[in-house]
Design a protein around this ligand. Structure first.
Ligand code: URA
Ligand code: URA
Length: 285
């Protein structure tokens, strides 16, 4: 990234970092707030303006987006899943032999085809495979497409997706620097939680995507993603906030952005989790 777009993003990231660190007013002395407890170093000079423009205040990860989710993202994320124990095949997943991660992903997508392996295929409009850098070091895994994703064929493009994009940018990345995928590739009717057999049928494709990309970190968004990747039955509240090691990957479960839209107070928890991810990504391989 270069030029004013890059500078703007850096400034936005710094402003967001300060806001999450509890800074509510900017003054000329704001440069000293690096002691506020956050570890994320500013990448750009701190602007002297008394406050960011309204457009920035509204649009950011921590911004004024606490209204309802209007049915565009999956409800029922707080619901308990059944007692089935998921067993993660992530450890055994293999990507197709290929010269590059991009080619391996292409082969996985080809294998998926116009999938009818489970009932979710009956009501979907489009398969939502995944998007981003095939060589990403960071993957975000969601639950399943919502209505906007089903229409556009791309994960996390609705309201929750826009919040995810702001989280990614607050971490100093662009959306296209990371990879984003879901546990199930087809929208569950009425955005219900995917059922165990649907997850069992579809998650091997996610695991192959992970094996093709070989990221350093997998961020699991919400309970179903965390349970699927970790192969555990715990809920996100118990699983989040620390790394789990699975098959050579560091896995950070955190709250789903749709949950953050309903519970903005939890954004600071997600930010703490993302700071751990950022610190780990900065450490030597
Ligand atoms: N929620 C998800 O879990 N995934 C998406 O792609 C969109 C919303
Ligand atoms: N339940 C979920 O599935 N995800 C969250 O982020 C919070 C509660």
């Amino acid at each position: 990234m270069s030029g004013s777009a890059g500078n703007r993003q850096s400034v936005l990231a710094v402003l967001e970092w300060m806001r999450l660190a509890g800074v509510t007013h900017l003054t000329r002395r704001a440069a000293t707030i690096g002691t506020a407890g956050a570890t994320h170093p500013p990448r750009a000079p701190i602007p002297e303006a008394a406050a960011p423009p309204a457009e920035i205040q509204i649009g950011l990860f921590g911004g004024a987006n606490a209204t309802g989710i209007a049915g565009t993202t999956a409800p029922g994320r707080g619901r308990r899943r059944g007692p089935e124990a998921s067993v993660t095949p992530l450890a055994g997943a293999e990507a197709p032999a290929a010269d590059s991660a991009a080619e391996a992903l292409r082969l996985i997508r080809e294998d998926l085809g116009e999938c009818t392996r489970c009932r979710l295929s009956e009501k979907r409009s489009r398969i939502v495979f995944g998007v981003g850098d095939p060589d990403a070091r960071l993957i975000f895994v969601g639950e399943g497409p919502g209505v906007d994703e089903d229409r556009q064929g791309e994960p996390f493009v609705g309201r929750a997706g826009q919040l995810l994009t702001r989280i990614i940018e607050s971490m100093g990345f662009r959306r296209e620097d990371v990879y984003i995928a879901n546990v199930v590739k087809c929208r569950p009717p009425d955005n219900r939680t995917p059922q165990a057999d649907e997850i069992a049928t579809c998650s091997p494709f996610l695991f192959q995507q992970v094996a093709a990309i070989r990221p350093r970190v997998i961020v699991c968004l919400g309970t179903p993603a965390a349970q699927t990747v970790l192969g555990t039955r715990g809920t996100i509240t118990h699983l989040r906030g620390r790394f789990h090691d699975v098959a050579g990957y560091r896995v950070m479960p955190t709250f789903h952005p749709a949950y953050l839209l309903r519970n903005p107070a939890a954004k600071k928890d997600v930010w703490e989790d993302m700071k751990q991810v950022m610190a780990f990504l900065k450490s030597p391989d």
